[in-house]
Structure formats: structure tokens, C-alpha cells
Ligand binder design. Structure first.
Ligand code: UDP
Length: 254
């Protein structure tokens, strides 16, 4: 069998050369890391769940006109994506205080924020992804003012849509991280949503009990990581057993 060329290997994913020009294969590993690689483990089944959850969320977003890099899922662990030039930013949206915001600003975890807040981090492992402002981003040319304008508009749309989608599944979207890329089509460039959207990069709490259904279970040694990710998939109606079962996905909360 011909060995595929690895383009990049990250903490939770591997990128392989795609099957068609301008495409890449995104492979979801079971590896989990936290604290910029300080804590490491393998969580059996995580990659399969993230592949499926991210496929579902990206497809739903495409359905409302949000451009993404997603093309199609290939198998349990792989999806075909469009090759983009990744913008070196982690765009974090927060609806409820948690994690680093709670620590840094002394706001109790679980406090609803007066409005959704967007933060930027410069993607650089060596510097541990430092917090940066729009000023840094445009001054250092990581993104142009026009790019940033597109990024903010897309981020707000994604947050509004996903908050509603998760609420319909009994889940509070506390915060999440997005990445964007530049997609070149001939001489024309547009900003598209890239990377993945999964419980690895979202904080997802049960709407009534506030039970954590995300990577904080790993970061905070709470156990039940795969069970929590499976619960998210089940509530979104994308687990194989829910195809015949009663769970048909998000419903409108009255
Ligand atoms: N996040 C991420 N990758 C990172 C840092 C954060 O996906 O490298 C996500 C994280 O899962 C959470 C949100 O971004 O949903 C905000 O994370 P926070 O700044 O609170 O950092 P943490 O507490 O995870 O260190």
C-alpha cells in the first residue's frame, strides 16, 4: 500500500495530502493534551466522536451560509477538507465565564456574561498561545483589518447559531475556540472556518445540571471523557443508535 504524505502532525490531528488537488485529509487521533502539552493521554474513541461531531456542526453551519473548509467525512477518523492558509489565531468566544477568563479576571465560573466576548490568542506553542489584541494582529500582519472584519462577522454568526443548536439539545455553549483560513480560488481569496468544532475546543454544560460534557473532564481529571463526548453526539442525534432510537437531534426549547 502506498504511504500517504503527512503534511502536519498536531496534538490531536494529523493532516495528510488529499486525494484531489487543493484538498487535505484531516485524521482525528485519540490523543488528548492539556496545558500546552504538559498533560497527555490517549482516550479511546475520542477521535471518532470528534470527527463525527465536527462533521455535523460544520455541515449545519454550511447550511446557513457560513463558509467552511469541510468537504466530506471519509471514514470513522478522517474527513476531506479544502487546503487553506491557516491564520495564526485562536478566536475564542465566551458566553459564560469559565477557564482562563475566570482565573485572569476573577469572575466566578458559570457567571453569565453581559454580552458575548471575543478574544484572540496568537497561535504559537513556543510562546504558549499568548493573548493578543486586534492592534497586534493587524500591526504584525497576522490578519488584515478586512480579514479581521470577516472573522468577527463569521464568529458572531457561528456563536448565535451554535448557541441555539446546542440549547435545543439541552446544552449550554459556555465558550469555544475557532480557527480560520484563507481559501484561494484563482485570484480570489475568502476567509473560511477551519480546524474542528468538537468538545475538545468547546465548553459544553448540561443546561439544567451544569454537568461538564467537554474536555474539562480531561483537563481537570474528572473521568468519563468519552461518555461525555458520546452524550453530546447522542443529544445532537448523530450516534448510530439514535438513528433508530428516540433521539432525533435538537428540538426547539419552549
Ligand atoms: N481552547 C482551545 N484550544 C486552546 C485554548 C482554548 O480549544 O489552545 C478552547 C477551550 O476548550 C475553551 C475556550 O477555548 O472552550 C476557552 O479556553 P480558555 O481560554 O478558558 O483556556 P483553558 O481554560 O482551556 O486553558
Amino acid at each position: 500500500m502506498k504511504r500517504r504524505r503527512v503534511i502536519y502532525e498536531g496534538k490531536a490531528k494529523i493532516l495528510y495530502e488529499g486525494t484531489e488537488p487543493g484538498t487535505v485529509i484531516q485524521y482525528f487521533k485519540d490523543d488528548a493534551t492539556a496545558g500546552n502539552g504538559a498533560k497527555k493521554d490517549t482516550i479511546e474513541g475520542k477521535g471518532v466522536l470528534n470527527n463525527r461531531i465536527s462533521e455535523y456542526l460544520m455541515t449545519q453551519l454550511q447550511g446557513i451560509g457560513v463558509p467552511t473548509h469541510f468537504v466530506r467525512r471519509l471514514n470513522m477518523r478522517e474527513q476531506l477538507i479544502k487546503e487553506v492558509e491557516i491564520i495564526p489565531l485562536e478566536v475564542v468566544v465566551r458566553n459564560v465565564a469559565a477557564g482562563s477568563m475566570s482565573k485572569r479576571l476573577g469572575i466566578e465560573e458559570g457567571t453569565a456574561l453581559p454580552r458575548s466576548i471575543i478574544e484572540y490568542y496568537y497561535k504559537n506553542d513556543g510562546l504558549q498561545d499568548p493573548w493578543v489584541s486586534e492592534e497586534h494582529i493587524t500591526a504584525f500582519g497576522w490578519a488584515s483589518p478586512q480579514d479581521l472584519d470577516d472573522i468577527v462577522n463569521l464568529t458572531i454568526r457561528v456563536n448565535d447559531f451554535l448557541s441555539g443548536l446546542f440549547l435545543g439539545a439541552g446544552i449550554k455553549l459556555v465558550d469555544f475556540k475557532l480557527e480560520f483560513g484563507r481559501l484561494w480560488e484563482n485570484d480570489y481569496m475568502r476567509i473560511v472556518l477551519a480546524d474542528e468544532i468538537s468538545p475538545d475546543n468547546c465548553r459544553l454544560w448540561d443546561v439544567t445540571t451544569n454537568e461538564k460534557l467537554d474536555k474539562d473532564r480531561f483537563r481537570r481529571d474528572m473521568g468519563g471523557v468519552v461518555e461525555a463526548y458520546s452524550e453530546v453526539a447522542k443529544r445532537l442525534g448523530i450516534m448510530p443508535e439514535s438513528v433508530q432510537g428516540e433521539n432525533k437531534g435538537p428540538v426547539l426549547v419552549q
